[in-house]
Design a protein around this ligand. Structure first.
Ligand SMILES: [Zn+2]
Length: 99
């Protein structure tokens, strides 16, 4: 099942997502950042399969969303106030975060 995103907007400290079926979701920016799916935030497994401690240091500006860009029709890349932007959130992943 795929979800069609109609539009997104930053409203205060939340990301608002409007879906094609007319529903809307709101996601706190802090939660969005903490769920960043990039390797640096997630922690990459080492050769033994152990997950390394994520190297991120989150600061207040880490939760400021400066801008976003659509990536290839399947995801959205977010640009954060601390310069971090390597996480690409798929539409499916964003929908999953709402639950
Ligand atoms: Zn990240």
């Amino acid at each position: 099942m795929s979800f069609q995103l109609q539009s997104i907007a930053i409203i205060g400290h939340e990301l608002a997502l409007a879906w094609h079926d007319g529903t809307e979701d709101y996601l706190p920016l802090q939660r969005l950042r903490e769920a960043c799916p990039c390797a640096a935030c997630e922690g990459e497994p080492d050769v033994m399969g152990n997950k390394l401690q994520p190297s991120r240091q989150l600061r207040p500006e880490s939760f400021i969303l400066k801008k976003y860009e659509y990536v290839g029709g399947y995801g959205i890349q977010f640009f954060w106030g601390d310069g971090h932007s390597s996480g690409i959130y798929s539409i499916q992943y964003l929908k999953k975060l709402m639950k």
